[in-house]
Design a protein around this ligand. Structure first.
Ligand code: FAD
Ligand code: EPU
Length: 337
């Protein structure tokens, strides 16, 4: 295992701040995973696994070892008349994997086109967009347990998936995900319920969409609505959409009739955090080197902030304003380090 000392993390995360790591290594095989876990224990220094760094915010230098996941490979394990089972290395680029499946005609993840990041990070927060969550296609997750020093396999149920959460998110840095198995459909049912997907298909005069059409529609929607991290530092939605009980929803709705919310169960509502933040006057504003994106208030953007601390402080002021106005405490989606 090769390590580099005192490295800038700027190229390795999408907020591109200047924080450093005292040690850095790259994982390309299972042996590297065991080696970084052992190195971390032997040297008594924390370990952080990094994919593409599109859902992390470093607020200080990382005093430990950052290991970048580059374990590659897409392997077909099984195929029937209706399904394919694929095993994918954690370091594969997520959008590359989606495009590969779309081109082959294998459906299930086309609505998740263009989400930045790696395949290995996809189960961590159970990535989701436009009516689909990755949990709907995951069969197995293979990982190394850094507490018990053993390899473990989790089936879908054991991953404890929920909205932007999982077993892995709730046990940060315990499991190093090496491979993920996905079941995809050869005669997929396309998910076009999200109004904006139907609008794009209608504008393009597409009546019987293919997987490619859906993927292209999602790419168009995302490109129009979300900032490109290569041009403007960001980590997508900075906060989760809050889930609240129906009584609290009804009280708020009486006070703020314009508020946007969706029922998730008979007793729970999901509030649009973007609307709450916009209602507090943050949309499009810029304070110092940080701001809220002008087309989507849920996305905090960096105008060249040198330190993640400045971004964190800005997020704190949003949390305070939303709490004062709505008595709702926003929870950060981005992993704060
Ligand atoms: P990283 O940021 O590198 O890591 C995220 C977390 O996972 C960290 O805690 C890290 O330690 C851990 N981790 C990463 N890989 C491993 C591994 N192999 N084993 C163990 N732990 C690991 N997310 C959505 O759900 N839906 C969206 O629509 C969406 N849109 C986005 C749009 C933009 C413009 C951006 C910048 C982000 C968006 N995100 C979205 C967030 C992000 O794309 C996802 O969270 C993605 O899965 C992060 O992948 P990553 O490889 O960059 O993970
Ligand atoms: N809205 C506003 N103002 C804003 C932003 C949004 O009023 O500034 C309203 C919109 O008009 C819409 C509602 O809020 O009625 C929802 O907005 P949108 O469809 O853009 O989705 P979102 O809830 O803001 C979530 C995910 C995104 C995902 C999209 C599409 C979370 C935290 N975010 O955003 O995921 O791409 O839905 O499905 O659940 C991410 O996790 O990083 C991410 C980008």
């Amino acid at each position: 295992m090769q390590t580099t000392n005192n490295i800038s993390l700027k190229p390795y995360h999408s907020f591109a701040c200047e924080e450093t790591a005292s040690h850095f290594s790259i994982i390309t095989c299972n042996k590297d995973i065991e080696a970084v876990a052992t190195w971390s224990k032997t040297n008594n220094q924390p370990l952080l696994i990094l994919g593409s760094g599109s859902n992390v915010l470093f607020t200080k230098d990382f005093d430990g070892i950052v290991a970048k996941m580059e374990l590659m490979g897409i392997k077909k394990l099984n195929e029937t008349a209706s399904e394919v089972l694929l095993e994918v290395g954690a370091g594969e680029n997520w959008h590359y994997f989606v495009s590969y499946c779309v081109q082959k005609g294998w459906g299930g993840i086309e609505n998740l086109s263009l989400i930045p990041g790696t395949v290995g990070a996809s189960p961590i927060q159970n990535i989701g967009a436009y009516g689909v969550e990755v949990k709907d296609t995951i069969k197995h997750v293979s990982a190394y347990d850094t507490i018990n020093d053993t390899w473990v396999n989790f089936n879908n149920n054991e991953c404890d998936f929920g909205y932007r959460t999982s077993l892995f998110k709730n046990a940060p840095n315990r499991y190093i995900i090496s491979k993920v198995q996905f079941t995809l459909q050869k005669q997929p049912t396309l998910k076009t319920d999200y109004g904006v997907i139907r609008e794009v298909l209608h504008d393009r005069n597409i009546k019987k969409p293919s997987l490619v059409d859906i993927s292209n529609a999602i790419i168009q929607i995302r490109t129009e609505k979300l900032p490109d991290p290569k041009k403007l530092g960001n980590a997508g939605s900075f906060f989760k959409n809050p889930l609240i009980p129906i009584d609290q929803f009804e009280q708020l709705k009486n006070k703020f009739p314009q508020m946007i919310a969706y029922p998730t169960t008979d007793t729970t509502y999901k509030l649009a955090a973007g609307w709450l933040i916009e209602a507090c006057g943050f949309k499009g504003i810029k304070i110092g080197n940080v701001g809220c994106y002008d087309k989507q208030a849920l996305v905090i953007v960096s105008y060249g902030a040198l330190s993640g601390k400045e971004i964190f402080d800005f997020s704190e002021s949003i949390i305070q304003s939303v709490r004062e106005k709505f008595n709702i405490t926003l929870e950060r989606e981005v992993n704060i380090l």
